[in-house]
Design a protein around this ligand. Sequence first.
Ligand code: HEM
Length: 470
Amino acid sequence: SARDNIPVPRGLPILGNILDIQDEVPIYGLERLFDIHGPIVNFNILGRQRLMVGNVALLSEICDEKRFWKTPSDALDSLRDNPDDAAGLFTASSENEMDWQLAHRILTPAFGPLSIQQMFDEMYDISTQMVLKFARLGPSYRIPVTSDFTRLTLDTIALCAMDHRFNSFYQDDLDPFVDAMNNTLSASSDRLKFGSMVRKMLPWDKSNEMIKKDNDYMRKVAMELVQIRRENPTEKRDLLNAMINGVDPKTGQKMSDKLISANMTTFLIAGHETTSGLLSFAFLFLLKNPSAYFKAQAEVDRVIGRGKMEPTHLKDLKYIDAILRETLRLCPTAPAFVRSIRKDNPNDVEELAGGKYAVHRDDKVLCVITKAQRDPAVYGEDANEFRPERMLDENFNKLPQHAWKPFGTGVRACIGRAFAWQEAQMAVAMLLQSFNFRLDDPAYEMKVKQTLTIKPEGFYMRATLREGIS
Ligand code: HEM
């Protein structure tokens, strides 16, 4: 049958293909399976069958909202261990879930372009803290790129979402909330690692308890922030007020405190690692591609000059847009998402590629965008190269609809896209405006670290104030 046409890589009894993803970067293991078997693969982890697709043609079919929808991945489960917890937008099982519908309808306008523009000053506030830090510490400061960008993105989302300041730029250690969050995130990707699976079977293993402890801590912090706001109401138009005051236009319902804090945690998690990874990869690509670097800096000088950056500048940063898009094409910081046949789709089998392959009702299909976004059929023979020009508006707008999916797809696509974009544009522009950057170690080559997201590891740079900047 068409299902049997999907290649099944040879695996171990019971364990299946687990060894194929024991790479330090599991996604590389999956990419190798595509290289060997082609754009669709049926693999097996401990008896769980998974399909995965890795080219644009198949990805486009799986993105068809009439046939398929999002299904949370195995890895996301550990972000939602307690079934009594309310579901945040990200981890909700499907768009049928009431928690998702209510939060989605109330939050969509709060993440719209207008609301995001109103967050400009707060984003600027945090970006300025970063610029000041680099300026004060000077060229002798070995910038730990991902940590400093994590300080930026975490402080930005906390300030814009709930008027809370983590003040990460004034502390050596990352906030305990970030520690708890990172622990849960690496625990979720560890679930697929052989060593951690074995460890979990040992009677003295504490990892589940630790995850629970971290989850409880995050939930507690979020709940406290909701309560503090209820006791001290403000007029602020942040996401927390949008959730507390928002009324669902369809049902007239409001969000419960539990649902609000679940989404608050979701924003803090979904809202910072991905953006910090994007900025880190973008700077690494710039430092490895001097001509792109100079074009970006020239654009900043032309559009903003030496003065203060204003909201009106954002729409003119076309080359920086292209850099960010090209960065997310090669290094999509959320490297995959999972879909399955919709519950309300009457077909138990969906054919792909004109009947060549088939997806069955129970299949979960992993959309590996790190691979699909390098599809030579769409991006050409230089698909693996960083070339921002291919992402300038005139080219970007001509791409096939599903060729670039770093923010996911359909109704379950990223709600924070405009937020992340404005934040990233601003950070790149303000940094290029003030500093000249160089690699700390000119021989550094990209090394990827994967938790739920990917980011460069061991990447340091140095910043020197540009002439005329004080
Ligand atoms: C969903 C990527 C920034 C909040 C998603 C999805 C992707 C994604 C791929 C879909 C996941 C899936 O299908 O399972 C990214 C990237 C970002 C980014 C690459 C930055 C460069 C943000 C920010 C926020 C955010 C800044 C919040 C402020 C969310 C939420 C969802 C989501 C709440 C779930 C939406 C739903 O299912 O209704 N993101 N994201 N993201 N993202 Fe983002």
